[in-house]
Design a binder for this molecule. Sequence first.
Ligand SMILES: CC(C)(COP(=O)(O)OP(=O)(O)OC[C@H]1O[C@@H](n2cnc3c(N)ncnc32)[C@H](O)[C@@H]1OP(=O)(O)O)[C@@H](O)C(=O)NCCC(=O)NCCS
Ligand SMILES: [Zn+2]
Length: 316
Amino acid sequence: MRTYSSRKRNPVPPGDDSQNPPSGNPCEAPTSKRKQLFLETQSNRPTKRTKNGTKKALQEDEKPKQKSLIQMHFCIDKSVIRECPICRLRYTQGAREDVELHRAHCNRVQKGLEWGREEEKEGYGSTIVEVEQRVKLGNGKTGRIIMFPADVNGKMGSKLSTLLETVNLCLSSPALDQATLQASKVYLFLVSEGSGGRTMERIAGCVVAQRITAAMAVIPPTSSASPTHSASVDIGGVFCYPEPLPTPMGISRLFVSSSYRRQGIANRLLSAAASTFIPGCTLDPKKGQVAFSQPTGDGAKIMQSWGGGGIRIYEE
Ligand SMILES: CC(C)(COP(=O)(O)OP(=O)(O)OC[C@H]1O[C@@H](n2cnc3c(N)ncnc32)[C@H](O)[C@@H]1OP(=O)(O)O)[C@@H](O)C(=O)NCCC(=O)NCCS
Ligand SMILES: [Zn+2]
């Protein structure tokens, strides 16, 4: 039985911390007991009646009393499925294929995929545009931001597919269809790892920005328009005014590998997208020119901090 699955995408309104992955190694988390013993004593069972009455009953009575027996049953507990607290993937513990799939996925979620020289060579100077160089991170490391169309083929296309598979699994989101990919640009934050001649780059974060036409403005939590107001629309826990407003850019995917979070990567990626998505026109999130598709709890926080409450919501 293959039970490789992930948590349901369950967006949380701004201010909810519950979706933050706890620290610590998930692989060492205690597991539930596999087997449980259920006891059923003889005295609980219905007694058999004998046909020819008293004599037999007397004989039975004369016999030395036998110690009551205890019947033991093994009950194989089916709950060997566990959820990793870092990547939130649910998998069957003990099933080799599941465990290996989880290990590979978890590694990508934490460290990011490798960005190889092959992909770089293929797209450099043609499909890839270097948007920013030598970006300083909060932890002192540096990185760069590249951008390319989301419908690329070849080595870059297959790297992007693997990346989006990981992101979709984490967000419990469906795969982006071809029409959406054709209307989208991908922004990657690449971080150099290693030293000397053995340096390599990793994809620490990504944004998929999509051309959209309309989105809805979010009702501020402090607004007198109550969230339960009949005219409001609930998009995964975020309450919006129902009128679609002209909006040029939607963020369909936003992801930063867990070991690179809170270093400003998402912030830089979103700013890079806002300033280059439409050539020659910098978009201002505070003026409602950027929308997010159904945000997660973490997404709602960055929506607030980067967009200052001006980010809109659209449905993919
Ligand atoms: C949401 C996510 C992309 C943020 O990436 P990040 O690189 O850590 O974000 P940044 O470092 O740029 O954060 C910028 C600001 O946003 C706010 N913020 C971001 N993540 C936050 C969090 N988990 N809790 C509270 N505030 C947060 C903070 O104000 C932060 O500034 P600070 O670190 O100086 O306090 C990342 O947590 C992630 O990939 N989460 C899992 C996938 C996901 O939920 N994606 C969102 C889909 S809508
Ligand atoms: Zn994991």
